[in-house]
Design a protein around this ligand. Structure first.
Ligand code: GLN
Length: 222
């Protein structure tokens, strides 16, 4: 449509409504692996031929307009205390409970969980969002030198195995029966879904395969 004369206003409105419908995806950027996630989400959007807004978010005003968010891997204790300082726990919890799609990876999975312990110290006084009805044990595979990669079968991502990187990863030791298990490793769930909440205990953002990020974007779209 021509952008002049009597059509000018119409064109502008069309542009505006297209802009308003764009998925707005944030990566929580206090600490950890947020930049790799931003790149993976952009690549996934290109593969799906979707125009989306991707941003690194830290403040309430940046989180407010989002339709989806990734909580990255890193160090959940540090990330949690930065969330407390930025006073973003409550807003995130409300938005997730109201349907915002969230993907928590490794430390992000810990931040989402209702119950957590640590393999070395047992009970930990660590604030979490508590929106995912699971128990996770932090650092369950041991220290950094026990970090590893493994090929996972993840049927919802297709028949090709998914190479997963486990870095001082947690283990999900207990889940609510309503939670879907999308992948397991050594008989432990490593990729789960509870309504609009997705969590993996590994890092899906480090290698070229972005099928898991595509799955996340498709969930926001649905
Ligand atoms: N061990 C970390 C924690 O407890 C998680 C590690 C990771 O995200 N790679 O927060």
């Amino acid at each position: 449509m021509k952008r002049d004369g009597k059509f000018a206003g119409v064109t502008y409105d069309l542009d505006r409504s297209k802009e308003a419908k764009k998925m707005k995806v944030g990566i929580l950027g206090y600490q950890g692996d947020f930049r790799f996630h931003a790149e993976a989400v952009k690549k996934a959007a290109r593969n799906l031929k979707k125009e989306i807004d991707v941003s690194i978010v830290r403040s309430k005003s940046e989180i407010e307009p989002l339709t989806g968010i990734i909580i990255p891997g890193g160090e959940s204790t540090v990330m949690g205390s930065m969330m407390t300082q930025a006073k973003t726990f409550e807003l995130l919890k409300n938005k997730i409970q109201n349907g915002m799609v969230v993907l928590g990876t490794c430390a992000g999975c810990i931040i989402l969980a209702k119950n957590i312990t640590d393999v070395n110290v047992g009970q930990v006084a660590q604030e979490t969002l508590g929106v995912l009805d699971i128990h996770v044990e932090r650092n369950s595979y041991g220290p950094q030198k026990e970090s590893f990669e493994a090929d996972l079968s993840i049927p919802c991502l297709g028949s090709e195995p998914f190479r997963a990187t486990f870095i001082r990863a947690p283990v999900i030791t207990n889940i609510n029966p309503g939670t879907e298990i999308l992948a397991s490793f050594e008989e432990k769930p490593v990729f789960i879904k509870q309504n609009n909440v997705l969590a993996v205990t590994f890092h899906p953002e480090l290698l070229d395969d972005v099928r898991l990020h595509e799955y996340f974007l498709k969930m926001i779209q649905a």
